[in-house]
Design a protein around this ligand. Structure first.
Ligand code: ROI
Length: 175
């Protein structure tokens, strides 16, 4: 355990985790363990875990999703490198757009920054319209705001209600 005050240990970042092949819940937990090993990352909290039908192409299994809150002193692209490395290590082979995957790690929020580069769009371009991202974000902090889009809880109210099943009903804190 790191007992330093988390406020001084870098930027507050939220990462969406998703999987719909193999053992999805286990893959999400393994990804968190991998991130905990990173010297410039502190895992702060993991949201409840949900299962929902696929957005986009329907001809694939249901997805397991959660959101992880971290603190990091890594720059956004450095963090992205690590996430892509973990995805690869956990066997992500298919790169089909909007297709099934063993692990998907997306940076949703990086402090309150708005970033548009070749490799990164932050906030994540679809976060505002995805319940499987917004609900876990709200689990972690119901005052969160997506820059340019508004309050997460307001965005959730604007979405048609979907059936998301909770498969782990606790938010896990690492404080
Ligand atoms: N649908 C759900 N429910 N969860 C996801 O993580 C997810 N990821 C995707 C697409 C295929 C767009 N649909 C999804 O990449």
């Amino acid at each position: 355990m790191n007992h330093q005050p988390i406020e001084i240990l870098g930027e507050r970042v939220f990462i969406a985790l998703g999987a719909n092949l193999g053992e999805p819940l286990q893959q999400l937990d393994t990804a968190v363990l991998e991130l905990q090993k990173e010297p410039k990352i502190i895992c702060v909290a993991m949201s409840k875990v949900y299962i929902s039908e696929p957005h986009g192409p329907q001809n694939q299994p249901d997805f397991t999703n959660a959101v992880l809150e971290i603190r990091t002193t890594l720059a956004p692209e450095g963090l992205l490198d690590i996430l892509q490395c973990i995805e690869k290590k956990q066997g992500r082979k298919r790169h089909e757009h909007w297709g099934a995957r063993t692990l998907d790690l997306d940076i949703i929020l990086y402090a309150d920054k708005i970033i548009h580069t070749d490799r990164l769009t932050i906030p994540h371009p679809y976060a505002h319209e995805r319940e499987f991202v917004l609900q876990p974000l709200a689990d972690l902090d119901n005052t969160l705001v997506l820059p340019d889009r508004g309050k997460v809880t307001d965005l959730l109210k604007q979405l048609p209600t979907e059936t998301m099943e909770v498969i782990r009903d606790v938010t896990t804190y690492n404080r």
